[in-house]
Design a protein around this ligand. Structure first.
Ligand code: 3H9
Length: 694
């Protein structure tokens, strides 16, 4: 093999030049790859003994896209367009040989080749939309010309992938290669030469886009559907615009339109946020003092205590990936109820066609009920998911200490209690860890892994890996009340409650938060979860507004009344004149002056105290990085991804602006608004959370 650049080699196999890219981990199209393709194509073009070219990759995948780390930096020559011109206009056939995931710029590279072959397990997609972008190297123009308009819209605006079967059917690949891919691709190339097959250019093919010409309704419908399922995101709409240009404009004009849209998104804040989230998610897996090669414990059997909503959801997570679970309840009735809910959830998923009834049975057969903790003697990990009561949890952990085998991980799904105190009930605090799932546990992606003072490193490494195995995004946090997510949420709750007593209505606040991009505002959220969480009828004395709502039987959606009214069977909140009166009466009784509160103030007062608490959390070392906090809010609380998480958003607003606003509120409303030392320091230094180093 002759080296062309550090990351690209070339060798001749008979009359076929094989350009081999080796740019780990995912063969992204970094400058060295682009240069290698340019020089390789030039060399192959100038060598009379070369009759065809194969482009292939070493390692785990074909090119998985442009190098995202280069985005936002000064462009380096040669551009991808130079390589693409050489490939597409080559006088010798060029064949892409794909394995793994041919994504983004990778699929675009394949589409400028004249032919494409792949392994049986390869996957293909244009996931740029997930980074707030559109394909920027012809993907929106070439893909519809092969797979048709509707599929191209779905792949570009939806960001999904297709497998080989579909790719073969659509003509995206010409042949599937069993066995050695490069050898198969070379053989295919020889066949192309021997048969004198034409140099096919996708750009010249119009048969699959013809029928959609002038049919604005196809695109209007797609815009509507994606406007709903991806509310607030700019990129899906831009992807649809680009595919529409492919249909109605010349190839050259379509490419121009694509470039224009790509550059607009690339320099905008949504893509910056989504690219931040991409890296934040991966960074979150890295723990400075727990290296990636830390030995892990086996997790082949899991025990769950409590078959309520949380316990059942956690059991489903395990069964989904084939881990057998024993789930314990205090009596048969509760156990049957819990198992029944798991089955119903699975059956609902099956009725939507996402799994088969066979899968339902297989998964349910992995979840076994028990009425005694003694059955947990052989499990590798226990996850306790009973209600939040320290005495009860300690009692359970003391029992587990006696029953479970040495080395078993003892996890608690507490949403805020002190893990160190729970661990103190055992003789093995090194095995105790918090595993905080978010409701509904079978849906929400976040897992806060809570490290106690004495938790062993292999227990942390195993718990993080277990989280990934059950398809969660684990984030490691330290012990404090409410950990990271709920501790920050409390700050927002405090201010939104205050604002409704000062003159804002629940519906005004909820609309501001909804328009910001959350799925719902705090009051609609309270109605959904139930106002009576942690409220006791016998002890309630009407001291808070919440007390009064609960005392009036307004417990939320379940009673068709909470902060809002609900029609029976409907989840649509209707502003309630009665609640408005209750709020006004309460405020009058407490002598709280009323004023008009602007939407801007609502947003600032909802988000700034969370950001300040996030800074405090970083200062205390409870979260490792600001980007971990972003991941927690995105995957645990549905913070809109296109706003990058609270800490990223804070940098976008500017810490100085937030700091000044906090001082203004502090002067007016007291020390609850005192900025944290870290926020103050970064703001005064003109820095952002992105500059934070421990
Ligand atoms: C694009 O192509 C634009 C073009 O249309 C036009 C341009 C003009 N760049 O996910 P993993 C890193 S936009 C740089 O853990 P897996 C990643 O950060 C791009 N780095 O592995 C991680 O680093 P570390 C369109 C990248 O096996 C390591 O690789 N393409 C890139 O679970 C391993 O990643 C995409 O959006 C990249 N493009 O999954 C595909 N990709 O180890 C994005 C990954 O330091 N990538 N890294 O933490 C993926 O979806 C997954 O990485 C992939 C592998 C499925 C490929």
């Amino acid at each position: 093999m002759a080296k062309i650049t550090e990351v690209v080699d070339m060798e001749k196999q008979g009359g076929v030049a094989v350009i081999m890219i080796n740019n780990p981990p995912v063969n992204a199209l970094s400058v060295g790859v682009r240069k290698g393709m340019v020089d390789g194509m030039k060399a192959a073009g100038g060598d009379d003994s070369v009759k065809a070219v194969v482009i292939a990759c070493g390692g785990r995948t074909f090119i998985a896209g442009a190098d995202i780390t280069e985005f936002g930096k000064a462009p380096q020559e040669p551009g991808l367009d130079v390589a693409f011109d050489l490939i597409e206009n080559s006088a010798k056939p060029v064949i892409a040989a794909m394995h793994g995931t041919a994504l983004g710029g990778g699929l675009e590279t394949a589409m400028v080749c004249h032919y494409r072959v792949s392994t049986p397990s390869a996957k293909f997609g244009q996931p740029e939309v997930n980074l707030g972008l559109i394909p920027g190297a012809g993907g929106t123009q070439r893909l519809p010309r092969i797979v048709g308009v509707q599929k191209a819209i779905d792949l570009c605006a939806g960001g999904g992938q297709i497998g080989v079967e579909e790719a073969l059917k659509e003509g995206l690949i010409d042949e599937m290669i069993e066995g050695d891919l490069v050898a198969g691709a070379v053989a295919f190339a020889k066949k192309v030469i021997a048969e004198g097959r034409p140099l096919r250019k996708i750009r010249d093919r119009n048969e699959k886009i013809e029928a959609a010409k002038g049919k604005a309704e196809i695109f209007a419908e797609a815009r509507k559907a994606y406007g709903k399922s991806k509310r607030g995101f700019e990129a899906p709409q831009a992807n649809i615009d680009a595919v529409e240009a492919a249909v109605n404009q010349s190839f050259e004009d379509g490419i121009k339109k694509e470039r224009e849209l790509f550059m607009k998104l690339m320099t905008g804040s949504q893509s910056a946020a989504q690219r931040h989230v991409f890296f934040a998610e991966r960074e979150c897996a890295k723990i400075p003092d727990v290296p990636a090669d830390t030995p892990q414990l086996p997790v082949n059997k899991v025990g769950i205590i409590g078959a309520g909503t949380m316990g059942g959801g956690i059991a489903m997570n395990c069964a989904n990936v084939g881990i057998p679970v024993k789930i314990m309840e205090v009596n048969q009735q509760l156990l049957d109820k819990g198992l029944g809910v798991c089955r119903r959830n699975y059956e609902n998923t099956a009725s939507r066609g996402r799994i088969t009834m066979d899968d339902v049975e297989k998964r349910m057969s992995l979840i076994k009920g028990t009425l005694t903790l003694d059955d947990f003697a052989d499990v590798d990990m226990v996850i306790e998911a009973v209600y939040e009561n320290m005495d009860l949890k300690k009692e359970i952990f003391a029992k587990l200490d006696k029953i479970c085998k040495p080395g078993a991980i003892l996890g608690s799904n507490t949403s805020g209690l002190n893990i160190n105190e729970i661990a103190s009930a055992t003789s093995r605090p090194e095995s105790v860890i918090g595993l905080h799932f978010f409701s509904p546990a079978n849906v929400m992606r976040l897992l806060e892994v809570v490290r106690g003072e004495k938790t062993a490193k292999n227990v942390i490494a195993t718990s993080m890996a277990f989280g990934r195995r059950i398809q969660k995004i684990p984030a490691l946090v330290g012990v404090c009340q409410g950990f990271v997510g709920n501790r920050m949420l409390r700050q927002r709750g405090r201010e939104t409650q205050k604002m409704i007593l000062e003159g804002a209505l629940p519906q005004q606040i909820d609309k501001v938060i909804f328009d910001f991009g959350f799925a719902m505002g705090p009051f609609a959220m309270s109605d959904l979860s139930g106002l009576d969480i942690g409220w006791k009828r016998g002890e309630s004395k009407g001291e808070t507004l919440r007390d009064r709502l609960c005392e009036a039987g307004r417990l939320g959606q379940k009673t068709n009344a909470g902060y809002y009214d609900y029609q029976p069977g409907s989840r649509t909140p209707i502003p309630s004149p009665l609640v408005e009166k209750m709020i006004k009466d309460y405020a009058a009784e407490k002598n709280i002056p009323q004023r008009a509160i602007t939407d801007d103030e609502i947003l600032e007062k909802s988000l700034y105290p969370m950001i300040n608490e996030g800074a405090q959390i970083l200062e205390e070392g409870i979260a490792i990085r600001p980007s971990d906090i972003d991941v927690i809010w995105i995957y645990g609380y549905n913070w809109p991804i296109y706003r990058g998480g609270p800490m990223f958003y804070a940098d976008l607003v500017g810490l100085k602006k937030i700091y000044d606003k906090m001082l203004e509120f502090q002067a007016r409303e007291g020390d609850i608004w005192k900025p944290s030392a870290l926020l103050e320091k970064l703001a005064k230094e003109g820095k952002g959370f992105k500059d934070f180093r421990r």
